[in-house]
Design a protein around this ligand. Structure first.
Ligand code: SAH
Ligand code: SF4
Ligand code: F3S
Length: 443
């Protein structure tokens, strides 16, 4: 029996910002096919779970989420598993969870409409990494909030020994200059005032400008800076080895490039960095940080850390704490090492006991939280420019971001999408409270 064609859909994204971006593009694609967005998963004829495979918990969550889609009358919507779990597990997913109808990888989701048609009569699995670019096949960007993501680079050739991304996202590819500039213009026309350029190694982006000159991310940022209506540019995630001079200097010269750098280092011991195949040392990372701070002294530094990588001794871990103390982070993400199937680190000797990882993570996060709190406290009494992004909980309350990516709560209801000046009146570990000084006029 054929299943009916879905008329409504719901996309739920997990994992990194690139999945958020992909989720937005799948939404636009399904809308362009005549489907309409449902209020939530419970009301949708088609539910897309856009998944993350980075750690075991994230990957396993998919299966409980699939279970939860079953409705009281025993029926399930059409279910599509997209994203990195789809790529990693492929046809294994409907074998383990028979209510799944579609499996579609991160490089094949432009084919979603065909897969939805095929799923009416059977399982539809597409985990190709096709030569053609999905971006060319997707509909144009539409309605936008004040902040938008724009994927400019995908994939990874670095093969850190713990990481699944090179397998789930494929090889490093940069989108062409013109495609990026055109999409940025479309986002601005649709209401974006801030664009965050995305890539697994976004600072490895490379392309040719209109004149045929080779450009890196710094050159691309300079071009985007000239687009009327764009107030703020950010980029994430970067690799220490791809932090080239043109990008570092852009932090000094390009006013719309926000003073924030997410530059994961993972660990502070050269022995562990080597076992991770990070291809940088503590020293080379610190030199990059010093150069960036020389160019832009007020830059906020963020990072990712893994505790309990196989073989990590107490001494190695102490070196990570020492590195954190030296760098001083505005914020950071930290994780317990999670062995991932098919990665070299998963079969290394000396896997670290869970209790040891827990204890190390706690100490590490204690230090990072202190640093984040101190960073926030330093803004007390200062006047900051805040881009208003959304409503807060109370009437008239709005929430926006400072240049350093701090969440700022503002009363007195400035319009969403405006850049306002606020004086910081209180600071907490995770957000600031600001009072309006004056709405920046045209800007
Ligand atoms: N390309 C980016 C980040 C990709 S994944 C980079 O290299 O920085 C985001 C973060 O997840 C990583 O920086 C790392 O800290 C963490 N991560 C990746 N694999 C992991 C694993 N197997 N266990 C625990 N954390 C992991
Ligand atoms: Fe994963 Fe390393 Fe590539 Fe980042 S650089 S995506 S951590 S393999
Ligand atoms: Fe997760 Fe894939 Fe992003 S594994 S972190 S969704 S690239």
């Amino acid at each position: 029996m054929n299943k009916p064609a879905p008329r409504t859909f719901h996309v739920k994204s997990f994992g990194c910002q690139m999945n958020v971006y992909d989720g937005a593009r799948m939404t636009e694609l399904l809308e362009s096919e005549g489907l309409s967005a449902a209020a939530g998963a419970d009301e949708a004829d088609l539910v897309v779970l856009n998944t993350c495979h980075i750690r075991e918990k994230a990957a396993e969550k998919v299966y409980s989420d699939i279970g939860r889609l079953r409705r009281e009358d025993g029926t399930t919507p059409m279910i599509a598993v997209a994203g990195c779990v789809a790529q990693a597990e492929g046809a294994e997913i409907p074998r383990r969870a028979p209510s799944v109808d579609i499996v579609v990888g991160p490089q094949a989701y432009h084919r979603l409409p065909d897969l939805v048609r095929a799923a009416r009569t059977g399982k539809a699995v597409d985990t190709d990494m096709p030569a053609e670019s999905k971006f060319e096949a997707l509909p144009a960007r539409r309605r936008q909030g004040p902040t938008a993501f724009l994927t400019v680079q995908e994939g990874c050739d670095k093969f850190c020994t713990y990481c699944v991304v090179p397998y789930t996202r494929g090889a490093e590819v940069s989108r062409p200059w013109a495609a990026v500039v055109d999409e940025a213009k479309a986002l601005i026309d649709a209401g974006a005032r801030e664009i965050t350029l995305l890539g697994q190694n976004v600072n490895a982006w490379e392309g040719e400008d209109e004149a045929g000159r080779t450009q890196g991310l710094g050159g691309l940022i300079r071009a985007l800076d000239k687009l009327p209506g764009l107030e703020r540019i950010r980029y994430t995630t970067s690799h220490p080895n791809d932090m080239r001079d043109d990008l570092i200097i852009a932090h000094k010269e390009v006013a719309s490039l926000m003073p924030f750098l997410h530059l994961p280092v993972q660990a502070g011991s050269d022995r562990i960095l080597k076992a991770m195949n990070r291809s940088h040392s503590v020293d080379s990372y610190l030199r990059v940080i010093d150069r960036v701070r020389e160019a832009r002294p007020d830059i906020a530094v963020s990072g990712d850390f893994i505790v309990g990588f196989p073989g990590e001794t107490e001494e190695d871990f102490a070196a990570t704490l020492a590195l954190i103390a030296r760098v001083e982070h505005a914020q950071a993400f930290s994780f317990k090492y999670s062995p991932r199937p098919g990665t070299p680190a998963a079969v290394m000797d000396d896997q670290i006991a869970a209790a040891v990882m827990d204890e190390r993570l706690q100490r590490l996060q204690g230090l990072l939280n202190e640093q984040q709190h101190a960073f926030n406290r330093a803004t007390l009494g200062k006047t900051l420019k805040v881009l208003i992004e959304r409503n807060g909980k109370r009437p008239g309350q709005r929430i926006g971001k400072s240049p350093w990516l701090q969440s700022v709560i503002v009363e007195d209801g400035p319009d969403i999408g405006t850049l306002v000046e606020v004086e910081i009146v209180s600071s907490g570990p995770n957000s600031l409270v600001g009072a309006l000084t004056r709405v920046s006029a045209a800007a």
